[in-house]
Every structure is written in structure tokens, then in C-alpha cells.
Design a protein around this ligand. Structure first.
Ligand code: GTP
Ligand code: SPV
Ligand code: MN
Length: 601
């Protein structure tokens, strides 16, 4: 079989590649070297094959358009499994499969799956190459789309093989798009074997195996064993006028505002204060204890895989600047003028184009329900190098990471959760994280949406029993000498008419300002049964025309409503049985008591 010479002496790796080739039978094997010349060559190949369309290269140098199979546009959580020896290790919130069964099922799908195709070997590093905190993975894939995305999202190529040496540890990441049939779609994680097998999909979170599969599911497993945290979090720095930078991380469920917050631009009203926001990461954070006893965070990724719809110069100017070059656009609208567009995108749409499904499109077209025909899929994405972001922190690739002052949890809640809340202490903060809930966005306006518990925004990404994960979080509070403060935010509270009460986006800096001031022991707060909320006037609203009473509504804590939540939390906790740390039950009981006193008072 044609193969460029394996540029490695790693016997286990070479054997694994050979073994995989025997089963999946590709036409040839190609080891990705990660050079700029290779990238150009592979892009040309993708264009020749027809699945990459170059955009207008004058306006968008190095940018390409791509369209997925219409049934392959998002993560498929119901086909995602944790394959541990016991079901107990996997826990009640993950799908479980026996490792032997997982391997058997995968082998059936992989048999001959790469016939007629090239098998690419992608050596990649999550985190800067050579950092003691980085993890190396090798992705075998038959998808050139995956290769081209991985080149942006991770550090890739010969430098990684050199770092790996002849004996180094790596995560086996085996991917085949197979026939892209959902019937052949499986995303299997074998944490005990440090391996991943993914078939039947080419979508980001299912197929770019460094991202959610390695950097969260496998890494969370390793992090528990090694005493650190792998989290679904953005990382940002807030520089004050004196030049002092405080860093925070924030965990929100998918499509709840991480990329937007990570690239925030100070709002007009706060400009005079001279804040500057630095982006370190927008989706994943690895957190470790530093020699100074603080928690330090690294972004293991090298690019952004961001939600396109809603991104425009008003909502996220830094993202718009980031995606002007060297970017892959997937499932957005392709204008006939070779530009891209999406719902709530930049300016007016192109006069005509081809939509994400490959159908002719113009702004007047209606779908079968009489609604405007969708230009872009709601989960259409851009893949762009992080280094291109105007707000990227100069130290974003520092192997030490950045010291964290605050951890912020959040979700979408039309009611109940106040704009911001500070936990009473670390353990109460873990309780806040463990009980994060987010409403489904399709809920009718103004009505209460169905709540899904999404602890620490990790429900789909925790690679082991979530009860043990809570215990690990609690344990981190004792092992970190100077733990960050923990907060909860909610940008999505609505009024009776279903309108967002808080303007969000850049204005969220006002909330960050209060959070940071609390970390310095300065900001004013008021104690409520559920935690500290900002005292009246503690959040600077200069230049923001909030109607009278709105701030009160945003910060309102109603003990009766919170009491109504308790049963749901208990049911959620009960499923973990003996794996639920007693401390969380204690937190729930203590909250119940605090609320009782308040309701009675
Ligand atoms: P993943 O990449 O899926 O993990 O998502 P994410 O958490 O990075 O979410 P993203 O920043 O892409 O935002 C998703 C959606 O939330 C977009 O439609 C945004 O317009 C919307 N959004 C983000 N921030 C805010 C905010 O402060 N207020 C409101 N109302 N909407 C917001
Ligand atoms: C998410 O779904 O949280 C994402 C996109 O960030 S994916 O890479 O598909 O997981
Ligand atoms: Mn995400």
C-alpha cells in the first residue's frame, strides 16, 4: 500500500497504523507533517474533490466554504458512549457500552470502510507542544475535512511526533466517516485504554477528536486520576486601567455564550474606565494547581470552532475580525458572489446564493411553513485560528497557563436565576455548578421552558461517573490552597413579554467588574439564602439606559421559587446513589433551611 515513510520510530504507533489499515483497507496512508506547504496542497485537493469551495480570495484570503451531509450537523449525544469495564464507572448520565462490545461494533463498521480513500495520520498536541501539561493524540481519519479542521484546532505535525519520541504516551483517536449513515454512527470512548473510536460522522464535536472527545471526556478521566480539572470553559483576562490583569473561567452549556464572552469588547458606557479584555480560550480549559497555591488555566486548543448564526460586528466584532482569513465555514449560506452569510449575520444578505442544504436561496424564499427559508443551519460553524483574534492574550500559549481569580457557571434561565450570584464558599460553589440548569431555547416565548440539568456545563462531556466528578471538584477545594471564588450568572432572564431583561454581550463586562471586585474583597454584596448578590448600585450602570426596576428584577431572589426547585435537584442528585458526595446533600439541606427561614420571615 502506498505510504509516505512513517516519520517516527514509535513502534506501538506504527503497529497501530498498520493494524488499522488492515481492517479499514485505505488506498494509501499519508502522515500529516503540519507544514504550511502541505496545508496549501491539501486545500487544493479538497477543492479538486469538490467539498471545499474557495471564497472570494481578495475579500477572504485562505477561506473556504464547506457543506456537510444534511444528517450530520451537530453532536449526536445519544450515539456517544463511555466504554468502561463497569457501568458504575460510566455513571447514570452517560451512555454506557462494554469495551468488548464497543470494539466489536466499531470493527464491523470499520471493515473496509476506507476503501478507495486515503488514510491520514494526524499527530496532534492539545496544549503547546512540549508543555508538561499537554496531551498528545494521534488521529487516524479518512476525512480530509477533518484533517483541514484539525490543522486549525490543534498543534499538528512532525513537531508532535518529535515530542512523542519512540515511547511516549498518546491517545489513540480512530475516525472514519464510513458512509455517514446514522446507522453507522458511534462515538466511543475507552478511558481505561486511552482511546477513542468515532464512525459515521464528520461533524466537529463527533469527529475532531482532539476537542470534546480527548480534551474533555478522556482528559476529565485523566484529570481525576492526576488531580486537575478538564472543563467546558472559556478563559479570559480583564485588564484594569492600572494594567493589572485578573483571569476568570466560565462554563456555560453549548450555545450559551462562551465564545461571545471570551471576546467581549467593553461597552461605550464603561470605555472611560479603560478596561481591556484578553481572550485566552473560548471552549475548553485545563486547570491545575500552581506552585503559588492558586488554580492556573490553559486553553488546550489552537483555534475556535464557533457558532456562526448571531455573529456580527455588533454582537462580536472580535470574532468577525478573526474570521476574515484562513477560516473554514461549514453549513452557512454561500452567496453567489462567493461570500458567506447567516441569520443575524453581517449587513444585508447576498442577493442570492446556495443555502446550507445546497438549495438555491434568496431572501424572499419561504420554507414549507411559510417562514423565511433558512440560509444557514442554526449550528453552522466557523473554524478559525485563535492567534488571529484581535483580543487574543499575548500569553495565551504560555504553558503555565494563567492564574484564575473566579470560576463562573451559567445557563439559560428565563426566570429564577439572578443576573449574578456569588457562592458562600468553595463547597457551595460546587453545589451551584452541580445544579446548573439551562432551558431549552425552543420553549414558547414567555412560558417556562423545560429545564435540563447540565452540571458545570459538562453533562455531555464528563468521561466518568458524574457523582465522582462532583467529589473530585470538592476535593480540589481542599487541595488548592488559594481557590478561586465561584459565581453563577444568567444573561437570559426575561420579562413577562418574553424579552431579555439584560442587554448582554459587551454589557456583561459590568457583571465581570463586580465579580473581580468581589475577588479583591471590594465589591458590595447582599447576602440571600442562595448566596451573595450585588448590593443596590454595586454594579456600574453608567451609560446603560435600563428602565426603572429592571435591575431589581434581574437581581431578585424569590425564596418561594427557589424552594420549588429543591425537589428537582433532589431527584437529579438521587440518580447518583452512593456516588453522590454527602457534602452535596448537606448543601441541599442547608439551602432548604436558609430558604425556610426566609419564607417564614
Ligand atoms: P459552543 O461553541 O456550542 O460551546 O457555544 P458557546 O457557549 O461558545 O456559545 P456562543 O458564544 O457561540 O453563543 C451562542 C448563542 O448565544 C448565540 O446565538 C449568541 O447570540 C447568544 N448569546 C451569547 N451571549 C449572549 C448574551 O450575553 N445575551 C444574550 N441574550 N444572548 C447571548
Ligand atoms: C459544543 O457543542 O459545545 C461545541 C461544538 O463547542 S462541538 O465541537 O461540536 O462540541
Ligand atoms: Mn462547546
Amino acid at each position: 500500500m502506498a505510504q509516505n515513510t512513517p516519520p517516527t520510530k514509535h513502534k506501538k504507533l506504527i503497529d497501530w497504523v498498520e493494524e488499522t489499515a488492515k481492517i479499514s483497507q485505505p488506498d494509501q496512508i499519508y502522515w500529516v507533517d503540519g507544514s504550511p506547504a502541505e496545508k496549501k496542497r491539501l486545500e487544493k485537493r479538497a477543492v479538486a474533490r469538490g467539498f471545499f469551495i474557495p471564497l472570494d480570495q481578495e475579500k477572504f484570503p485562505g477561506c473556504y466554504y464547506s457543506r456537510s451531509s444534511p444528517n450530520d450537523v451537530a453532536r449526536t449525544e445519544h450515539l456517544t458512549y463511555i466504554c468502561t469495564k463497569t457501568k458504575d464507572e460510566c455513571g447514570p448520565t452517560n451512555n454506557w457500552m462494554e469495551p468488548a462490545e464497543g470494539h466489536k461494533k466499531a470493527a464491523e463498521i470499520l471493515k473496509g470502510a476506507m476503501k478507495g480513500r486515503t488514510m491520514y495520520i494526524i499527530p496532534f498536541s492539545m496544549g503547546p507542544v512540549g508543555s508538561p501539561f499537554s496531551k498528545i493524540g494521534i488521529e487516524i481519519t479518512d476525512s480530509l475535512y477533518v484533517v483541514l479542521n484539525m490543522l486549525i484546532m490543534a498543534r499538528v505535525g512532525q513537531k508532535v511526533l518529535d515530542q512523542l519520541g519512540a515511547e511516549g504516551e498518546f491517545t489513540k483517536c480512530l475516525h472514519s466517516r464510513a458512509d455517514l449513515d446514522v446507522a453507522h454512527r458511534l462515538i466511543l470512548h475507552f478511558p481505561e485504554e486511552n482511546s477513542i473510536v468515532s464512525t459515521g460522522s464528520a461533524y466537529g464535536g463527533n469527529a475532531l477528536l482532539g476537542k470534546k472527545c480527548l480534551a474533555l471526556r478522556i482528559a476529565s478521566w485523566q484529570a481525576r486520576k492526576e488531580g486537575w480539572l478538564a472543563e467546558h470553559m472559556l478563559i479570559l483576562g480583564i485588564e484594569d486601567p492600572k494594567g493589572k490583569i485578573e483571569y476568570v473561567t466560565a462554563a456555560f452549556p453549548s450555545a450559551c455564550g462562551k465564545t461571545n464572552l471570551a471576546m467581549l469588547i467593553p461597552p461605550e458606557g464603561l470605555k472611560a474606565k479603560g478596561y481591556k479584555i484578553w481572550t485566552v480560550g473560548d471552549d475548553i480549559a485545563w486547570l491545575r494547581t500552581g506552585p503559588d497555591g492558586r488554580l492556573w488555566a490553559c486553553n488546550p486548543e489552537a483555534g475556535f470552532f464557533g457558532v456562526a448564526p448571531g455573529t456580527n460586528t455588533k454582537s462580536n466584532p472580535n470574532a468577525m475580525k478573526t474570521i476574515q482569513k484562513n477560516t473554514i465555514f461549514t453549513n452557512v449560506l454561500l452567496g453567489d458572489d462567493l461570500t458567506v452569510w447567516w441569520e443575524d449575520g453581517e449587513g444585508p444578505s447576498p442577493a442570492s446564493g446556495t443555502n446550507w442544504e445546497g438549495k438555491p436561496w434568496n431572501p424572499a424564499f419561504k420554507d414549507k411553513d411559510g417562514k423565511p427559508m433558512l440560509a444557514a443551519h442554526p449550528n453552522s460553524r466557523f473554524t478559525a485560528p485563535a492567534g488571529q483574534c484581535p483580543s487574543i492574550a499575548p500569553n495565551w500559549e504560555d504553558p503555565k497557563g494563567v492564574p484564575i481569580s473566579a470560576i463562573i457557571f451559567g445557563g439559560r434561565r428565563e426566570r429564577l436565576a439572578p443576573l449574578v450570584l456569588e457562592s458562600l464558599d468553595w463547597n457551595h460553589g460546587v453545589y451551584l455548578g452541580a445544579t446548573v440548569a439551562s432551558e431549552r431555547t425552543a420553549a414558547a416565548e414567555g412560558s417556562v421552558g423545560a429545564v435540563r440539568r447540565d452540571p458545570m456545563a459538562m453533562l455531555p462531556f464528563c468521561g466518568y461517573n458524574m457523582g465522582d466528578y462532583f467529589a473530585h471538584w470538592l476535593e480540589m477545594g481542599t487541595s488548592v490552597a488559594k481557590p478561586p471564588k465561584i459565581f453563577h450568572v444568567n444573561w437570559f432572564r426575561k420579562d413577562e413579554k418574553g424579552k431579555f431583561l439584560w442587554p448582554g454581550y459587551g454589557e456583561n463586562l459590568r457583571v465581570l467588574e463586580w465579580i473581580v471586585s468581589r475577588c479583591r474583597g471590594e465589591g458590595k454584596a447582599q447576602k440571600t439564602p442562595i448566596g451573595f448578590v450585588p448590593a443596590k448600585d454595586a454594579i456600574d450602570l453608567t451609560g446603560l439606559d435600563l428602565p426603572a426596576g429592571v435591575m431589581e428584577k434581574l437581581l431578585e431572589v424569590r425564596p418561594d421559587e427557589w424552594t420549588g426547585e429543591l425537589d428537582g435537584v433532589k431527584t437529579f442528585f438521587d440518580q447518583f446513589g452512593a456516588h453522590l458526595p454527602k457534602e452535596l446533600t448537606k448543601q441541599l439541606e442547608a439551602l432548604k433551611e436558609r430558604l425556610k427561614t426566609k419564607v417564614a420571615a
